[in-house]
Design a protein around this ligand. Structure first.
Ligand SMILES: Cc1cc2nc3c(=O)[nH]c(=O)nc-3n(C[C@H](O)[C@H](O)[C@H](O)COP(=O)(O)O)c2cc1C
Length: 490
C-alpha cells in the first residue's frame, strides 16, 4: 500500500517572526501536568515537552491565569473554586521565570516553538453584569476604567516574563469564557461607552491588550489571539460577525496568527467536543476566519481533529494553515512522528470521551494527577522514563484478560522484549470497550480496540481468544510471570 505523504502537514510555516517547523500544534490545554502547582516541574516538562519530542511543532502547554483586581467584598461574594479567577500573579513568583526558561529551552531542543497563552477568565469581572452562562451562580462585576488599566498591565507583566524566558509567541485568550471573549460577544458586552456597541467598539479591549503586548514584546515574537468562530447562542455572534471583528483586528497589523475554535466552557457545543460531534465538525469556522484576513496572518483551526489524515486534508482544502490537536497529543504524544514515518496504525487516536477535561475542570485536589482513559502514560511520564527500558533478561509472560488493561500490560511487556501470551475468554479483545462502543455517538471507542489489536500483532504477542485462563491452561505455558487483574489488589 502506498505510504501517505502528509506534504502539507510537515511543511514549515513562517508565522510573523516565528518559524513553525510543521503545521501540528498543541493548542493550550491546562491539564494540570505539574505536580507542584504554578511551576514547570519535571512532570510538566515531561508531559508538554514530550509532545515536542514526539514531533508536534508548536507547544502551547498550559494557560497563564492573570492577576485580577478582586473587589473588596470578594471573599464572601465570589467563593469560586480554584481556577476560575486568579489573584495570585504566579508568573511574578520566585522561581517561575527560571523554570519556565528551562521548559522553553527543552521545547527548543526538541525542535518546536513555545507559545504562552495569557488568560483572564470572566467570572469576577466582565464588560457588563451578565452571568457568563447558566452554570455559574454568580454575576460578574462590570469593569470600570480603572480595572481596564489594571487588566492591560497584567498582560504586559506576563508577556514580559514570557519574552524574557524565551517564548516564541504569545496568544491572548479571547475565546471560551474569558474577559476578552466577553468584550467581543454582544451577549455579554452591553456597554454604551467606547468599549461596547458594534464590532469595531467591541474589539477595542482586545486591540488595547494587543497594542500593549506588542509594544512589550517588539517584533521578535509572534502575537495572536484565540477566538471563538461562532457563538451558537441566542444573540451571539455568528461566522459573518466573527469575520468582521477579525478583519478589523487583523487590519491593526498587530497579530501574526489567529487560533479559531468553537464552543463554550459550560454550554453546548463544548470547546472540547466529545465523540458526539463529527471530526473537525466546525471546520467552516477556520475557512471563514481565513476569508478576509491578510494572507500573512496564519489561521489555526482546532476542534476534534484526532487524525493526521484529517489534519492534512484541512490544510490542503484551505480550512486553515495550522491544525490544533490537543487531545490527539494527550492520547499519543508521538503521533506526529508516527505520521511522518508512515506508522499510522501505531497511532493511538483520541476517542473524545472528554475525561481529560472533565477531571481537569473539577475543583482540584492538589497535587492533581492528569488522566486519559486510553493512555496510561498521562500523569506518569516521569515514572515511565525511569522504568521503561528493555528487559535485561526476557521472560515468558502470560497476561490474563484482553480488556484494555490486559492489552496494555501485554503491549508494554512485549515492547520491553518479553515473550507474551495473552489469554482472553471472549471472541475479541477490548473488554468493556466492546460494550461502550455500541452506544450512539461512541463509535470512536472502537479505535482503541483496533489500536490494541494492531499493536499486539505488530509486537508478536501470542493472543489466544476464546481461551479460558484456568490454572491448567496457565501452567501449560510455563510462565515466568503472570499478569492478572485482581479487585483485591486495587
Ligand atoms: C484538559 C484540557 C484543558 C484545556 N485547557 C485549555 C486552556 O487552558 N486554554 C484554552 O484555550 N483551551 C484549553 N483547552 C482546549 C483545547 O485547546 C482545544 O481547543 C480542545 O481540546 C479541542 O481540541 P482537540 O479536539 O484537539 O482536543 C483544553 C482542553 C483540554 C482537553
Amino acid at each position: 500500500m502506498a505510504k501517505v505523504k502528509f506534504e502539507h502537514l510537515f511543511s514549515p510555516l513562517q508565522v510573523g517572526p516565528m518559524r513553525v517547523p510543521n503545521r501540528i500544534c498543541e493548542p493550550t490545554n491546562s491539564i494540570n501536568a505539574s505536580m507542584a502547582p504554578g511551576t514547570f516541574d519535571e512532570h510538566f516538562v515531561a508531559h508538554h515537552a514530550g509532545k515536542a519530542w514526539g514531533g508536534t511543532g508548536w507547544i502551547g502547554s498550559e494557560t497563564w491565569l492573570l492577576d485580577s483586581p478582586f473587589p473588596p467584598e470578594a471573599a464572601d461574594e465570589v467563593g469560586l473554586p480554584v481556577g476560575f479567577a486568579s489573584h495570585y500573579p504566579i508568573y511574578e513568583g520566585p522561581g517561575f521565570a527560571e523554570t519556565l526558561a528551562k521548559f522553553y529551552a527543552e521545547v527548543h531542543r526538541a525542535g518546536a516553538v513555545a507559545v504562552a497563552q495569557l488568560t483572564h477568565l470572566s467570572a469576577v469581572w466582565s464588560p457588563s453584569e451578565i452571568p457568563v452562562i447558566g452554570a455559574q451562580d454568580y454575576t460578574p462585576h462590570a469593569v470600570g476604567e480603572e480595572e481596564i488599566e489594571f487588566f492591560f498591565n497584567t498582560y504586559v507583566k506576563a508577556a514580559t516574563v514570557a519574552k524574557n524566558a524565551g517564548a516564541d509567541g504569545i496568544e491572548i485568550h479571547c475565546a471560551h469564557e474569558t474577559l476578552c471573549y466577553c468584550f467581543l460577544s454582544p451577549v455579554t458586552n452591553r456597554r454604551t461607552d467606547r468599549w461596547g456597541g458594534g464590532p469595531q467598539e467591541r474589539i477595542r479591549f482586545v486591540v488595547g491588550v494587543l497594542e500593549r503586548v506588542r509594544k512589550t514584546i517588539g517584533d521578535k515574537l509572534a502575537l495572536g489571539i484565540r477566538m471563538s468562530g461562532h457563538e451558537f447562542r441566542q444573540g451571539g455572534y455568528d461566522l459573518l460577525q466573527m469575520r468582521e471583528m477579525l478583519y478589523y483586528i487583523g487590519e491593526t497589523g498587530l497579530i501574526n496568527f489567529v487560533d479559531i475554535d468553537v464552543g463554550h466552557c459550560w454550554g453546548a457545543p463544548s470547546y472540547v467536543p466529545s465523540s458526539y460531534y463529527g471530526h473537525a465538525e466546525f471546520r467552516e469556522a477556520g475557512k471563514a476566519a481565513r476569508a478576509d484576513l491578510d494572507p500573512k496572518i496564519a489561521v489555526m483551526f482546532t476542534g476534534r481533529i484526532n487524525d493526521p489524515v484529517v489534519a492534512e486534508d484541512l490544510i490542503k482544502d484551505g480550512y486553515c494553515d495550522l491544525v490544533g490537536m490537543a487531545r490527539a497529543g494527550i492520547s499519543d504524544p508521538e503521533f506526529a512522528n508516527k505520521a511522518r514515518e508512515g506508522r499510522l496504525s501505531e497511532i493511538r487516536r483520541c476517542i473524545s470521551c472528554t475525561r481529560c477535561i472533565d477531571e481537569a475542570a473539577e475543583p482540584l485536589t492538589l497535587p492533581y494527577k492528569p488522566r486519559c482513559s486510553i493512555n496510561p502514560l498521562v500523569g506518569n511520564e516521569v515514572r515511565w522514563k525511569q522504568h521503561y527500558r528493555p528487559a535485561e533478561s526476557p521472560k515468558r509472560v502470560v497476561v490474563v484478560g484482553g480488556g484494555l488493561a490486559g492489552c496494555e500490560a501485554a503491549r508494554v511487556a512485549a515492547m520491553r522484549g518479553h515473550k507474551v501470551t495473552l489469554l482472553e475468554q471472549g471472541k475479541r479483545l477490548g473488554g468493556q470497550l466492546l460494550i461502550a462502543m455500541k452506544a450512539p455517538g461512541r463509535d470512536d471507542f472502537e479505535d482503541q480496540v483496533y489500536f490494541e489489536e494492531n499493536e499486539l500483532e505488530r509486537l508478536g504477542v501470542d493472543v489466544r481468544l476464546q481461551t479460558n485462563a484456568d490454572v491448567a491452561a496457565i501452567k501449560a505455558l510455563s510462565p515466568d510471570a503472570v499478569v492478572i487483574w485482581s479487585r483485591a489488589g486495587r
